[in-house]
Design a protein around this ligand. Structure first.
Ligand code: AMP
Ligand code: ZN
Length: 134
């Protein structure tokens, strides 16, 4: 399969690896948002979170819990963002499921998420619509 992360998993393409076990690999993002920006990738090829089985999600989050504090220590971070793009509309470029650990420092200048507003009753109606299709 012509997937860059599968090639990193197989070793065909080199990576700055920070962790690996039977189920996941973690390596530094080649174009980091901040120094230490780390990608957590299941070894199994899945397109995004919608494809993921429960075990894979557990392996991913277990790896985040293990790795994030070490990434923070290594770069002296004050916190981190955990991110995941799902689908091209979200900005996903590599169509192999992965999570981003992005180290954060106080006053690092990175933009915050914008906030929006609902019209009267719109929020409740939308929650009902989501519950109906769960
Ligand atoms: P996303 O937009 O969520 O699909 O993020 C994909 C990420 O993979 C981007 O932040 C890229 O910089 C990163 N990336 C692409 N190719 C490589 C590579 N060979 N090694 C490390 N990171 C990569
Ligand atoms: Zn893949």
């Amino acid at each position: 399969m012509d997937c860059i992360f599968c090639k990193i998993v197989s070793g065909e393409i080199p990576s700055a690896r920070v962790f690996e076990d039977d189920n996941v690999i973690a390596f530094l993002d080649i174009r980091p948002i901040a120094k230490g920006h780390t990608l957590i990738v299941p070894k199994k090829h899945l397109t995004d979170l919608r494809d993921a089985d429960y075990e894979t999600l557990c392996h991913l989050m277990g790896a985040v819990k293990k790795i994030a504090p070490s990434v923070m220590t290594a770069v002296g971070a004050d916190g981190f963002n955990l991110g995941g793009n799902n689908g091209p509309a979200s900005g996903q470029e590599v169509m192999h499921l992965h999570l981003h650990i992005i180290p954060r420092h106080f006053n690092d200048g990175l933009p915050r998420w914008p906030h929006n507003a609902y019209a009267e009753g719109e929020r409740e109606g939308l929650a009902e619509k989501i519950r109906a299709v769960l």
